[in-house]
Design a protein around this ligand. Structure first.
Ligand code: HPA
Length: 266
């Protein structure tokens, strides 16, 4: 992995750079059904299909647009490992954001709630993660220009960004996000296991992007939208359309939080 990432990043950057990008301090990656932030900022929109080296994302709810404003770069859509994308593709947007010069990334996702104190529709700040995808985006020859061979993950999620989010919304809960590959949802037994090992949230994205971001020295704020209680917690099956619908209901709150964070970060 990390094969030709420098070259790929360079090509992607050339196909989407928009003149003066000096003020872009924040990158944002929006998860399933959570693209609202994109419509609330002014800027140039570039479809992923026009960015060299970006594969077209396939999942419902992922529109695949990069929006660049004076202060931030928003990726509405991401590449999931379960779609068959390589890990290089999964983390290419993070390398691109680094090339834009971002210092902070706000990563959002839809997640299943394992912690029974959560409710569907609630936003939760990610305090830490369990990478249970069985892979790591940094496997391969290391390019010291980007980051160290063995990057520290002891504060993967920035405490100061979490504090900023809590200043805006003091009631937000925190939790540990377990990242699995999907695409099948978990079994109830797997969810019970995840609870035992310390997970509060479960999802199919984020962890590899965060590993890449930390490697690149970028601060990360992770926000999960609890779109459903994880399998087995309620007596009903999981359904992707419910994930999207619940995400839509939480979108306004997430958008408000992210816009205020961008304002305070700048
Ligand atoms: N499990 C995994 N990923 C998810 C879930 C879930 O319950 N909900 C939204 N994404």
């Amino acid at each position: 992995m990390l094969n030709d990432i420098e070259e790929k990043t360079e090509k992607a950057f050339k196909s989407c750079s928009t003149g003066n990008m000096n003020g872009i301090r924040t990158g944002i990656i929006l998860g399933s059904g959570l693209s609202g932030v994109r419509n609330s900022i002014n800027g140039q929109e570039i479809p992923f299909s026009e960015i060299e080296g970006f594969p077209a994302p396939g999942v419902k709810g992922h529109s695949g647009i990069l929006k660049i404003s004076q202060q931030c770069a928003v990726l509405a859509g991401r590449f999931h490992f379960y779609e068959g994308h390589s890990l290089d593709d999964v983390v290419l947007p993070v390398f691109l954001l680094k090339k834009f010069g971002v210092e902070n990334i706000i990563i959002t996702n839809a997640a299943g709630g394992i912690n029974r104190s959560y409710s569907p529709g609630e936003l939760v700040l990610i305090s830490d993660h369990l990478n249970l995808t069985g892979v790591n985006p940094l496997i391969g020859k290391n390019n010291e220009k980007y980051g160290p061979r063995f990057p520290d993950m002891s504060s993967a999620y920035s405490k100061s960004l979490i504090e900023k989010a809590l200043e805006i919304k003091p009631g937000l809960k925190k939790g540990v996000y377990a990242g699995l590959t999907g695409p099948s949802y978990e079994t109830p037994a797997e969810v019970r296991m995840l609870a035992v090992v310390g997970a509060d949230l479960v999802g199919m994205s984020t962890v590899n992007e965060v590993i890449a971001a930390r490697y690149l020295g970028i601060n990360v704020l992770g926000i999960s939208c609890v779109t459903n209680m994880a399998a087995g917690i309620l007596e009903k099956p999981l359904d992707h359309s419910e994930v999207i619908d619940t995400g839509k209901k939480a979108e306004a709150e997430l958008t408000g939080l992210v816009l205020e964070l961008i304002r305070r970060i700048n």
